[in-house]
Design a protein. Structure first.
Length: 98
């Protein structure tokens, strides 16, 4: 019986602590994110002084840029200057390690 009383007191105190909802957010909550976004802008007044803003690229120039970007990910074959197997006993400058 005494065991049930102890369990009851522990359960009641746990439930009362779970109901506590005092959370005080700081007055500048979220300010760090806003400051980071503002800091990423090099010149926030950039459009104001520019009389002739760039509208974009013409079609052929844009396509050439995208094609060059996609070709940069193609795997190029080696020219034979590298060792054929890993762990061939040489370090990065080609001298034998001991």
């Amino acid at each position: 019986m005494k065991f049930l009383k102890v369990i009851g007191v522990m359960l009641t105190s746990t439930l009362l602590l779970a109901c506590q909802t005092n959370w005080y957010e700081s007055p500048d909550f979220g300010n760090s994110v806003n400051q980071a976004v503002i800091a990423q802008s090099v010149n926030p007044n950039a459009p104001l002084g520019n009389k002739t803003p760039t509208k974009g690229l013409d079609g052929p120039a844009a396509k050439a840029g995208i094609d060059n970007y996609q070709r940069s990910y193609e795997i190029k074959s080696t020219t034979g200057n590298y060792p054929s197997t890993a762990g061939s006993g040489t370090n990065s400058v080609g001298t034998t390690t001991k």
